[in-house]
Ligand binder design. Structure first.
Ligand code: FES
Length: 82
């Protein structure tokens, strides 16, 4: 089954870091040849702006996702078991 990343593209999360986080995710998937295995999509504000920037990987919601934290999360979620 395909893994899923859903990134909040609401204006608050976007301004707080998800604009850059989206690029980081796209680069990560490309450089690790994961584009075919991971479905990346955006969503509108879910009302959790104070916790943002937010994103969801499969069933797990990650909040306050800085670029540095995101790289750790992606490595853990997608490379740790390889
Ligand atoms: S903009 Fe992301 S939760 Fe509101």
């Amino acid at each position: 089954m395909k893994r899923k990343i859903v990134i909040c593209m609401g204006s608050s999360c976007f301004a707080r870091g998800n604009e850059e986080n989206l690029r980081v995710i796209e680069d990560f998937l490309k450089s690790n040849n994961l584009q075919a295995d991971v479905l990346l999509s955006g969503r509108c504000c879910a009302g959790l702006c104070a916790e943002g920037p937010n994103l969801i990987i499969d069933e797990t919601t990650y909040s306050h996702v800085s670029k540095e934290a995101l790289i750790d999360i992606l490595n853990r979620e997608f490379l740790a078991n390889k």
